[in-house]
Design a protein around this ligand. Structure first.
Ligand code: PLP
Length: 370
């Protein structure tokens, strides 16, 4: 059977009854947008993080957009982030008229090299946007200190890090706000597009609620704040996500078990395996490995009917669509080298040990044939 890195079809097979029951519940309620299921999910997701507010939105990109706006980031402001991320992180910065400023990544974790942040701060810096890529947190303490000292907003991109912790603190609860995607492949995924933000700040939460709802407060049809747009979560996704949230810790445990088996089985091969930074509890959204012959390995694996993935093959600063930022190849050497070597292996909670053996055996024979 053809294998892919994502497991949502397997998940649907396992959870079909519950998912369809959620759909039936919402569809027969007559309220498809803006109703009790969104509120229940928001309460549950906030409680999961032990914070007062969750604001549900329609996707992860808009989660970042409403959070940036609510945190006061706007035209001409600079936002410090990384180029080794999903393009939407940077598109969201673009969308509010702000300017992304990139620092390079740590060669061990592939996450923001926080030591480089002070050197890029300017008068115009308004926000630091660390991306908890692959499922573990960027070193947050130094960023908290910088944000406090320079009066900057700290926004965590948690799209790949639902339930991840650092020194006991959950991803999204350390900064002024955390932005999540519930895209189907993510650690907590909807059956379509969805996203959300969390915060402990009442004013930021109020602002995010307006920004995703035509700039309106409870008083309908009266716009209180602009720029705003329509970015609400559909009720059906909220109800599916609320049910899946009760299983999030089990999904994470499943992912960790898969990661452990890979790490054991692939030790001693030429692959560079993922490193977890001290104090981090990784949730393994993806299991990223490295090899200089990456492209040949991916081709070789196709012959075993196993389709691998690259997150991400092009650093954001090298893409044509971001040429106006003025970066050039060579500006972020660690990011650029990494993008040529990384790839990810099948990773989902229900990946069986026998399917995993198939991946490991295929990888070992592909490596031997290089
Ligand atoms: C998935 C993702 C996003 C965007 O989320 P969407 O729901 O696809 O809009 C943003 N940042 C990161 C790091 C992501 O992985």
């Amino acid at each position: 059977m053809t294998m892919y890195v994502w497991g949502y079809l397997h998940e649907y097979a396992d959870e079909r009854e519950d998912i369809l029951d959620a759909v039936e519940t919402v569809f027969s309620s007559g309220q498809l947008v803006w109703g009790p299921h969104t509120e229940r999910f928001e309460r549950a997701f906030a409680d999961y993080h032990q914070v007062p507010h969750c604001v549900a939105v329609d996707n992860g990109t808009n989660a970042i957009v409403v959070a940036l706006r609510a945190l006061g980031v706007g035209p001409g402001d600079e936002v410090v982030t990384v180029s080794n991320t999903a393009a939407p992180t940077v598109l969201a910065i673009n969308a509010v008229g702000a300017v992304p400023v990139f620092v390079d990544i740590d060669p061990g974790t592939y996450l923001m090299d926080v030591g480089q942040v002070p050197a890029v701060l300017t008068e115009r810096t308004r926000c630091i946007l660390p991306v908890h890529l692959y499922g573990q947190c960027v070193d947050l303490e130094p960023l908290e200190r910088l944000a406090a000292d320079h009066d900057l907003a700290l926004l965590e991109d948690c799209a790949q890090a639902h339930g991840a912790r650092q020194a006991g603190r959950m991803a999204g609860t350390v900064g002024h706000a955390g932005a999540f995607s519930f895209y189907p492949t993510k650690v907590l995924g909807a059956y379509g597009h969805a996203g959300g933000t969390i915060t402990s700040d009442d004013e930021v939460a109020d602002s995010m609620r307006r920004l995703r709802y035509y700039g309106m407060d409870a008083e309908r049809y009266y716009v209180k704040q602009t720029p705003a747009h329509n970015a609400r979560m559909d009720e059906v996704h909220a109800e599916i996500l609320r049910r899946k949230l009760t299983r999030l810790d089990a999904y994470i445990a499943g992912r960790r078990a898969v990661a452990e088996r890979y790490t054991e089985a692939l030790a001693g091969t030429e692959l560079v395996l993922p490193a977890t930074a001290p104090g981090n509890e990784h949730v393994y959204y993806v299991y990223v490995v490295r090899h200089p012959e990456r492209d040949r390995i991916i081709e070789g694996m196709k012959r075993h009917d196993i389709h691998l993935n690259i997150s991400y093959p092009w650093p954001v600063h090298t893409m044509e669509g971001f040429a106006q930022l003025g970066y050039k190849t060579g500006d972020l050497p660690v990011t650029e080298r990494l993008a040529d070597e990384i790839f990810s292996l099948p990773m989902y909670p229900s990946l069986s040990p026998s399917d995993q053996d198939r991946v490991v055996d295929a990888l070992k024979s592909t490596l031997a044939a290089l």
